[in-house]
Every structure is written in structure tokens, then in C-alpha cells.
Design a protein around this ligand. Structure first.
Ligand SMILES: NC(=O)c1ccc[n+]([C@@H]2O[C@H](COP(=O)([O-])OP(=O)(O)OC[C@H]3O[C@@H](n4cnc5c(N)ncnc54)[C@H](OP(=O)(O)O)[C@@H]3O)[C@@H](O)[C@H]2O)c1
Length: 228
């Protein structure tokens, strides 16, 4: 892989949004590490993108046990996540823990692991959150709570890393046309209508906006909703 290019790590690169982000960053000339748990799918994506490589990490395992052999990381984009529906009354504690393990603790652990290399690059961390924060429909408690916790994590990290030159940005997308949204709509009992949702490529374009912001500015957070 080329040494001189900026380095990006995209977590959840096998997912709808993560894949689009990985493609966009590759097109922008980044060396892209494709992080996720499905090794075969990551390898297949790596074969399509120049200067990319798979990095197999499962957020339900200890991410520190799978070291990444790069001295610096310019951009870390967190796109891994799981959705779960179920009322407080019916959702078992194990499922609450799994949602928090992937949507929060995995993000925390992997970010901590890469922090020295992000500092070395005065890099950027981008958290793909959700408009579900600060509110929740009935039956969405675990997902919404995990995303609210992720929001607060992002704020803390932002404050802590200012002096290290690492910028943290949270993007809150509305509905995006991916497999996860299919699951959401199934749970809601409504049709999957991708033409009414954001495309994953539009979320990827928002990531590029963050990265193209001049150095004297810092986009700390923004909401991205479908235009109709
Ligand atoms: N789709 C929407 O409408 C929407 C809206 C707002 C926010 N978001 C957020 O955007 C992010 C991406 O969502 P998406 O729509 O792209 O979903 P997706 O297509 O279902 O992709 C989810 C990604 O997370 C990965 N993942 C799941 N469990 C994991 C684990 N234990 N360890 C590592 N990776 C794991 C998946 O890997 P596998 O391929 O191995 O399953 C996949 O790459 C999520 O955080 C989601 O909450 C989505």
C-alpha cells in the first residue's frame, strides 16, 4: 500500500453506509483500511478499491487483540452498528448488552486503540449516529439509548482531544436506504421505500464535506435528513 497517501479506517465497511464511505474515500485518494467482521466480504471489497486492505475486527470481541500495522491514521469513520426493536418489557438484557457492545463499546475500544495514531496525524474521527438521539419511539429504547450514549461519547472525545489536534464530528442521518432500514421498516410494519430515503452515497458525501472543511474550522455535528 502507498505510504504517502492519507490513511482512513472505515469501520462497518461491509454495510450500506460504510461501503459508500470507503468507496468515496478511495476515490479521494486515501489508503483505506476496511474494518469489519466479515473477512470474505472485506476482501472482496478490497479487491475493488485501489490501496485498500481488510482489517477484521468484531466489536463483540476485544478489538485490541487485532492490531493494525499503520503508524498514523488521518481519518477514522465509524459506520458499524446494529438495530434492535423491542419494548423494555420484552427485550432481554442480553440483547440490550449486544446493542451497546456494538453501537457504543466497540466504537470506544477501537477509537482508544487508534488514538495515538490519530494524534500523530492530527486526524479526524467521524461518528455516524442517528436522528433517533434525544428521543425514542416505543420499542426503540435500546437502539436510541445506545445512540444517545454515542452522542455523549463524541462530545467528551471532542473536548478531550482539542489539545491533541484530533477533531471529532458526529453526523446524524435520517433514514438511509440500507439493509438496516429494511429491518427498521419491517419492524414498523411499513414498506421499504428507498426513493424516500437518503442514499448511502449522500452520507458519504457528508463525510467528504467534513474532511474538506478548511483547517481553521471544525464541523462538530450536523443533521442530514432526506430532502423530501
Ligand atoms: N440505515 C439507516 O437508516 C440509518 C440511519 C441513521 C443512522 N444509521 C447508522 O449508520 C450506521 C451504518 O448503518 P447502515 O445502515 O449502513 O447499516 P448496515 O448496512 O446494516 O451495516 C452495519 C454495519 O455494521 C457492521 N457490524 C454489525 N455488527 C458488528 C460487529 N459486532 N462488529 C463489527 N461490525 C459490525 C456490519 O457488519 P456485517 O456486514 O458483518 O453485519 C455492517 O458493516 C449504523 O451505526 C446505523 O445505526 C443508519
Amino acid at each position: 500500500m502507498a505510504e504517502t497517501k492519507p490513511v482512513a479506517v472505515v469501520v462497518g465497511a461491509t454495510g450500506g453506509i460504510g461501503r459508500a464511505v470507503a468507496v468515496a474515500l478511495s476515490d479521494e485518494g486515501y489508503t483505506v483500511w476496511l474494518a469489519g467482521r466479515d473477512e470474505a466480504a472485506l476482501k472482496s471489497l478490497a479487491a475493488e478499491l485501489p490501496d485498500s486492505a481488510p482489517w477484521t475486527v468484531d466489536f463483540e470481541d476485544d478489538v485490541a487483540e487485532v492490531p493494525l500495522d499503520v503508524p498514523k491514521v488521518d481519518v477514522l469513520v465509524h459506520c458499524a452498528g446494529v438495530f434492535a426493536s423491542g419494548t423494555v418489557d420484552e427485550m432481554p438484557e442480553d440483547q440490550w448488552r449486544q446493542v451497546f457492545t456494538v453501537n457504543l463499546f466497540g466504537v470506544v475500544g477501537l477509537t482508544r486503540e487508534l488514538l495515538p495514531r490519530l494524534r500523530a496525524a492530527r486526524g479526524k474521527v467521524i461518528l455516524v449516529n442517528s436522528t433517533v438521539v434525544r428521543t425514542s419511539a416505543a420499542g426503540r429504547g435500546a437502539y436510541a439509548a445506545s445512540k444517545e450514549a454515542l452522542r455523549v461519547f463524541g462530545e467528551a472525545l471532542h473536548q478531550e482531544e482539542i489539545d491533541h489536534g484530533v477533531q471529532v464530528t458526529t453526523i446524524y442521518p435520517g433514514r438511509v436506504a440500507t439493509d438496516m432500514q429494511r429491518t427498521v421498516r419491517r419492524g414498523e410494519g411499513g414498506p421499504f421505500e428507498p426513493a424516500r430515503y437518503l442514499t448511502p452515497e449522500t452520507v458519504a458525501a457528508a463525510v467528504l464535506v467534513v474532511l474538506s472543511t478548511p483547517a481553521d474550522g471544525h464541523l462538530t455535528e450536523f443533521v442530514l435528513k432526506p430532502a423530501w
